[in-house]
Design a protein around this ligand. Sequence first.
Ligand SMILES: CC(=O)N[C@H]1[C@@H](OP(=O)(O)OP(=O)(O)OC[C@H]2O[C@@H](n3ccc(=O)[nH]c3=O)[C@H](O)[C@@H]2O)O[C@H](CO)[C@@H](O)[C@@H]1O[C@H](C)C(=O)N[C@@H](C)C(=O)N[C@H](CCC(=O)N[C@@H](CCC[C@@H](N)C(=O)O)C(=O)O)C(=O)O
Ligand SMILES: Nc1ncnc2c1ncn2[C@@H]1O[C@H](COP(=O)(O)OP(=O)(O)OP(=O)(O)O)[C@@H](O)[C@H]1O
Ligand SMILES: C[C@@H](N)C(=O)N[C@H](C)C(=O)O
Length: 461
Amino acid sequence: MKMQLAEIAHAVGAINDFEQWGSVSVTSVAFDSRHLQPGGLFIPLTGEHDGHQFIQSAIDHGAVATLWARDLASAPADFPVIQVDDSLKALQTLAQYYLSKINPRVVAVTGSNGKTTTKDMIAAVLSTQFNVTKTHANFNNEIGVPMTVLSMEPNTEMLVVEMGMDRPGQLDFLSQLVSPDLALITMIGEAHIEFFGTRDKIADAKMEITHGLSDDGVFVFNGDEPLLRERATELTQRQVTFGQQGTDDLFATDVTGTPTTTSFTTNQWPEVTFTIPMIGTYNVNNALAALSVAMLYRIRPESAKQALATVSLTENRAEWVTSASGAAILSDVYNSNPTAAKEVLTAFSQTPVTGQRYVVLGDMLELGDQADAMHASLASAIDATKIDHVYLVGPHMLALQAALAQQQPQLAVSHYETTDLATLTVDLQNQLTADDQILLKGSHGIHLEQVLASLQDSSEN
Ligand SMILES: CC(=O)N[C@H]1[C@@H](OP(=O)(O)OP(=O)(O)OC[C@H]2O[C@@H](n3ccc(=O)[nH]c3=O)[C@H](O)[C@@H]2O)O[C@H](CO)[C@@H](O)[C@@H]1O[C@H](C)C(=O)N[C@@H](C)C(=O)N[C@H](CCC(=O)N[C@@H](CCC[C@@H](N)C(=O)O)C(=O)O)C(=O)O
Ligand SMILES: Nc1ncnc2c1ncn2[C@@H]1O[C@H](COP(=O)(O)OP(=O)(O)OP(=O)(O)O)[C@@H](O)[C@H]1O
Ligand SMILES: C[C@@H](N)C(=O)N[C@H](C)C(=O)O
């Protein structure tokens, strides 16, 4: 971005006299002082601590100005300050102003699973024809979405923004903030069901992404999900469905896979075989979502094919890496919930291996009073004839351990507390050989990425 401080001050409704600094040029924003770039505007937010206390760090990292939601007397002397009532609201207001200034077409993506993967795929296919800005990593909430908007270069033509939620009303706010031209829902699972109770209520909350959709906008969704089909009938906007069934506008045919790629054709372009660098039929759905957007924005299928084949994906989403001992690790450690865990367990169990197949499953969080039943249900995706040892982490996984003991008593199963990742790591390091493969899957809060890092670290093995 490139704006003068006077323009920013007017946009956010500054309550102090900023005129003396009006010509200061701002080229980026950051809410973490450690991420400030020279020319940046510091936006102090309040988390466990108050961000205002890091103003000197922000200045040291190159900040040329700061928002300030505290008394001016506490602000740094002789430094450009824009005083506001609420810095988070100011961030969001500034983003809305900047969005109207750049005026890109906006594609908004949500869903219980697949948001980040689909966002990356959509950005890849659109980038063959447009200047695209997309959400960085998983920046998808009331802080992440405005940060994404403000990361746009002035020549941005398409903004692909991921929207997350774990409470009703959050997507309504985010959708109204960016007024999408295209709203997309990948699927309805069980993520954060603790705060909703049923998948119906999750579907209601996900549909909020259409609240900011323009009248001539388009709603794109997984047509294989009845909860979405029935809710889509209430919309007046144009709709496009994708999925694996012949009733969808865009559906896959002839799906084939290898451990590292999945290929498919579609009803819309039967002569074109698409290949994605990912395991799992579920990722075909993410690619179909992206191809639906490509179709709507008239991207040539050959261009979309090339873009998907070389898509740059966010790490730790069914990503193959190698352990220090040479074993193949399927890292799916960013997050977990029942649908996601079953999908990746099924895909992993089908990959050819010369050695052993191991699975590490961390607790799935935010499932509420359904947690134990949902953890036990993973047993249906674990086949003792294909998996040699299951390592479980967390209190909820005790329910799965009990289910496996009852249903497949011959299967080797170990359980660890969430505070016991070091012991699990040593046990795995002692077990893994170059012929083996291992799946790591668990909720963000279980931090299996620590186990992953240790397994990859040759100095530890
Ligand atoms: C409020 C905030 O800023 N949080 C960020 C903060 O975390 P924390 O509270 O621990 O900060 P501190 O108390 O340490 O510091 C307070 C502030 O001071 C800043 N600061 C600190 C030290 C320093 O030296 N200099 C500083 O300037 C600091 O940055 C704070 O602003 O810091 C963490 C580290 O930087 C951030 O990770 C944290 O950011 C939170 C998680 C956040 O929301 N970040 C967004 C950009 C984002 O989109 N993050 C996504 C995850 C979003 C997510 O979880 N989505 C859910 C669905 C939506 C749920 C929604 N209800 C929600 O709450 O998010 C999903 O399922 O996908 C991401 O990073 O992946
Ligand atoms: N279409 C899908 N259907 C079911 N599961 C999926 C799908 N896409 C991805 N997953 C699973 O969800 C995991 C997370 O993928 P991704 O990060 O793209 O989703 P997300 O919605 O952004 O997740 P989060 O909300 O946790 O950030 C994947 O590693 C995979 O296990
Ligand atoms: C990443 C964050 N949005 C999330 O899903 N947190 C839950 C509790 C988790 O850690 O899985």
